[in-house]
Design a protein around this ligand. Structure first.
Ligand code: SF4
Length: 215
């Protein structure tokens, strides 16, 4: 097991390389307000960001505020978001989440991780996305399927549980880089280090990546 200092050194190399290759990587979900990003992130579970962006354009035109979403008829909400998959559960969560925002937070999204994760449909990943991307608050490292997979391949963690992966990443990365790290890993995961067939021969990370578990 490498020492903490060695792990941080390795992580720093990965971070430098990602920064070089994806200097402007940002969130692929379209949003104008923290609420819109919160709802878009709930919708993005098991759904491509491009599809979510198509759906949210219609959804936010119909229901532009937490109040409107809280009052939206559930069937109409379900129909509008149907193409994102798991639409019954997502509609129920979005409505309940907005009802709570209206009742307890004046219809605004709170800038607090502990409060956010109490909202229906909001887990640590969604809370970190909203805090980091909408508010610029580095509350943690967003660990989605790309960040988890790449972190294991790059030797930054051996964990599979996203909470444990996040803990390992938070230990190794400086807090100032938590938000951009996830955006860059997601870009690299989509473009090069793909789930089924990572394109190692096209990858600029080969000299820093131990390719753990890659045939
Ligand atoms: S070298 Fe291969 S496994 Fe490592 S980051 Fe690149 S594509 Fe992924």
């Amino acid at each position: 097991m490498p020492s903490t200092a060695d792990r941080r050194k390795h992580a720093a190399k990965v971070v430098r390389r990602l920064k070089r290759d994806y200097p402007n990587a940002d969130c692929a979900l379209n949003f104008e307000t923290p609420l819109q990003l919160l709802v878009a992130t709930i919708l993005s579970a098991q759904c491509a960001d491009e599809r979510v962006n198509i759906v949210t354009k219609v959804l936010f035109a119909k229901y532009p505020t937490a109040e409107k979403l809280a009052q939206a008829p559930i069937r109409s909400l379900e129909k509008t978001i149907q193409s994102t998959g798991f639409f019954r559960n997502k509609a129920k969560n979005i409505k309940a989440c907005c009802q709570r925002l209206v009742a307890d937070h004046g219809g605004q999204v709170p800038q607090d991780l502990e409060i956010l994760v109490q909202l229906p449909g909001v887990g640590r990943k969604t809370a970190n996305v909203v805090l980091g991307t909408a508010f610029g608050v580095a509350s943690g490292v967003v660990v989605d399927t790309h960040v988890g997979r790449l972190s294991r391949r790059m030797g930054l963690t051996t964990e599979t549980d996203p909470v444990k992966v996040e803990r390992d990443l938070m230990e190794q990365l400086p807090q100032s880089g938590w938000v951009s790290f996830s955006h860059r890993m997601i870009h690299h995961g989509r473009r090069v280090c793909k789930a089924r067939r990572p394109e190692c021969d096209q990858c600029q990370m080969t000299d820093v990546c131990p390719r753990v578990g890659v045939a």
